[in-house]
Write a protein that binds this ligand. Structure first.
Ligand SMILES: CC(C)(COP(=O)(O)OP(=O)(O)OC[C@H]1O[C@@H](n2cnc3c(N)ncnc32)[C@H](O)[C@@H]1OP(=O)(O)O)[C@@H](O)C(=O)NCCC(=O)NCCS
Length: 197
């Protein structure tokens, strides 16, 4: 699946270096797990665990390999330094997917910090939802959940057409965060042509 700047492909072991680079950043990983991944071996174990989960699908978000590197340079503000060198044609810049495919599926997405603020998550989620309705014709709704202290994530859902649905108090327990009990906002997207009635 391609969009203007991105290509989504099912996550696989070829993506391991990029996957490690994303998940070794504490500021990214705080929304996922107690601590960032510290080695490529640990990243591989996590990837294998992810891929083995039933009712879950994870897709790599890559920059299209036919993008002009000069155009990519123009996206960044002049003082931005992509030291991890992910902003290159074909570069792995994050992952996106769904879990709970046996119920109402819920989306997740994570973007490499070097690519934050460029509209990548929104573009990836718009492409992913289009793909999702094709691959899963038995699904009519998608849920997006975000921590109330992660407004960027909520904004991505809104910009991708999801509508605010409800607030859940102490929805998740994340002992590495303060407070440990995390409140959530949930958003919902209906399949084109369907409503929530
Ligand atoms: C959340 C995340 C996916 C956003 O990715 P991104 O590619 O930077 O997102 P986009 O550029 O498409 O859009 C981000 C939007 O959030 C807004 N935003 C960013 N920080 C914000 C903040 N602190 N408060 C409010 N809005 C904020 C941006 O301005 C932008 O909205 P705009 O286009 O209306 O200006 C990325 O920061 C990330 O991977 N974070 C860590 C993992 C994570 O939080 N995953 C989601 C778990 S539910």
């Amino acid at each position: 699946m391609q969009s203007a700047r991105l290509e989504l492909v099912l996550l696989n072991k070829d993506h391991l270096p990029g996957y490690f680079s994303v998940r070794s950043d504490g500021e990214v990983e705080i929304w996922n797990s107690p601590q960032p991944i510290t080695s490529i071996e640990e990243a591989e174990r996590e990837m294998v665990k992810d891929l083995a989960q039933a009712n879950r699908e994870t897709w790599a978000i890559l920059l299209r390999d036919d993008l002009d590197p000069k155009i990519i340079d123009e996206w960044q503000c002049p003082e931005a330094k992509d030291e991890s060198n992910v902003l290159v044609p074909g570069g792995f810049i994050g992952y996106i997917g769904v879990y709970d495919l046996n119920h109402v599926a819920q989306v997740f997405y994570t973007i490499h910090r070097s690519a934050w603020g460029l509209g990548i998550a929104t573009e990836a989620l718009l492409a992913f939802t289009e793909l999702f309705w094709i691959l899963h014709p038995d699904h009519y709704r998608l849920i997006g959940r975000c921590d109330t202290e992660n407004p960027a994530s909520g904004r991505v859902l809104e910009k991708s057409g999801f509508e605010y649905y409800d607030f859940i108090c102490a929805d998740e327990f994340q002992p590495w965060m303060i407070p440990h009990a995390r409140d959530s906002l949930r958003f919902v997207l209906a399949k084109p042509g369907y409503t929530f009635d």
